[in-house]
Every structure is written in structure tokens, then in C-alpha cells.
Design a protein around this ligand. Structure first.
Ligand SMILES: Cc1cc2nc3c(=O)[nH]c(=O)nc-3n(C[C@H](O)[C@H](O)[C@H](O)COP(=O)(O)O)c2cc1C
Length: 188
């Protein structure tokens, strides 16, 4: 992989992600990349839920209802619009589910990191296919009622929602810290 691919990497905010999104064959390639991550003891501690087409609006309707119940009248109509349209921001949304298994050798934290690597691989694979994306969590990643809607098992959690689509514009650079500010060489 050319180094510039990594050094120029940028997210594109979900609201800027338009059609076309990846088709079913391309989505399968994204998942193929997502499962090709470092995975201590090959536990496969992740799975992937894909949202396309009408599923995005249906999910938004359901999360808007949860939002309404949680906030009990303490919200504005525009807040519900945001909820309903959340997954409609991009043509495809992939939820990366961290699915840690019982292991004496591999702590849960390592398994969660592997799911994080899946998220990043999906972004890189999407870029390699000519798409753009953003890794987002927001409240829906942490709400128990949304977890039930996603049919997550007890030990499972959302590592990220990957919004994938086409960006009309190249994203501008944003300030980055310098490598030397973030690193040091260990000495005894
Ligand atoms: C675990 C995780 C959760 C994130 N959640 C959000 C989020 O909910 N909303 C958001 O605007 N950005 C979120 N981000 C940040 C974006 O993915 C992205 O990094 C940010 O827009 C900066 O763009 P860049 O990746 O090009 O530097 C999250 C990043 C990570 C790693």
C-alpha cells in the first residue's frame, strides 16, 4: 500500500456522503477487509450489521421513538427529524459489533481493539474502492434500548457505525500534531 494512502487519509463527514454507495459485491469486499484484522487467538470477536435502502429509514423511525420515550416531551420537532434521518446521511451504514468471547488468554480489551481495527479497515477498503466514509458512534452506540433494537447479545457492544458513500469534494486538511510531539525513544 503506498504510504501516501495512509498519510493523506481523511474522513468525510456523514452529511456529505452521497450516492452511489457500495453495491452488494463491494459491501462484501468491505467486510472481507474488516475480518482481515489482527485477532489474538483467532477468536473472531466481531460481526457486522449492514444497513442499506429502506432499512436506514426504518432504523431511524425506531430510534426516533426511543428518543421520544427517553426525553419524555423535552425535545423539539427538529430533534426527531435528526433521529429519523440519522442513517439516511449515507447510502450505506455498517455497524461493527464487538462480540468478545470468554478467553483466559485474551482480555476483552484486546478483542475490542480488534473490532476497532475492523472499523479502520472498512474505512481504508472503502477509500480503496473510491468511496469515502466516517466512523461515528453518537448516543445510539451506547443506549440499551437501541442495543435491543439491534438485537445485541449481553456481552456485545457497538464499536462503530461506518457511514460509507461518495464525496463530491476532497476533504480539506485539518491540523495534525507532529510525530515528534507524540513520540519518544525509551532509554534505560
Ligand atoms: C470510536 C470513534 C467514535 C467516533 N464518534 C464520532 C461521533 O460520534 N461523531 C463525530 O463527529 N465524529 C466521531 N468520530 C471522529 C470521526 O470518525 C473522524 O475521525 C473525525 O471526523 C475527524 O476526521 P479525520 O478522521 O479525517 O481526522 C469518532 C471516532 C472514533 C475513533
Amino acid at each position: 500500500m503506498p504510504l501516501q494512502f495512509l498519510l493523506k487519509r481523511r474522513s468525510v463527514v456523514a452529511s456529505q456522503l452521497q450516492e452511489p454507495g457500495p453495491d452488494k459485491t463491494q459491501i462484501k469486499e468491505l467486510i472481507r477487509a474488516a475480518i482481515r484484522v489482527p485477532d489474538h487467538k483467532a477468536l473472531t470477536p466481531w460481526r457486522f450489521l449492514v444497513f442499506t435502502d429502506d432499512a436506514r429509514a426504518q432504523f431511524g423511525e425506531a430510534t426516533a421513538n426511543i428518543y421520544k420515550n427517553v426525553h419524555k416531551g423535552e425535545f423539539l420537532p427538529r430533534h426527531l427529524v435528526v433521529e429519523r434521518n440519522r442513517f439516511l446521511r449515507a447510502p450505506v451504514v455498517i455497524a461493527v459489533i464487538s462480540n468478545p468471547v470468554e478467553s483466559e488468554k485474551v482480555p476483552t480489551s484486546e478483542q475490542l481493539l480488534s473490532a476497532g481495527a475492523s472499523c479502520q479497515n472498512i474505512l481504508h477498503a472503502a477509500r480503496a474502492l473510491g468511496f469515502s466514509g466516517q466512523w461515528i458512534t453518537e448516543w445510539i452506540a451506547y443506549d440499551p434500548q437501541v442495543a435491543a433494537l439491534l438485537r445485541l447479545k449481553k456481552a456485545e457492544s457497538v464499536a462503530g457505525f461506518l457511514y460509507i458513500g461518495t464525496s463530491a469534494n476532497e476533504p480539506k486538511e485539518r491540523p495534525r500534531v507532529e510525530p515528534e510531539d507524540m513520540m519518544s525513544y525509551w532509554k534505560s
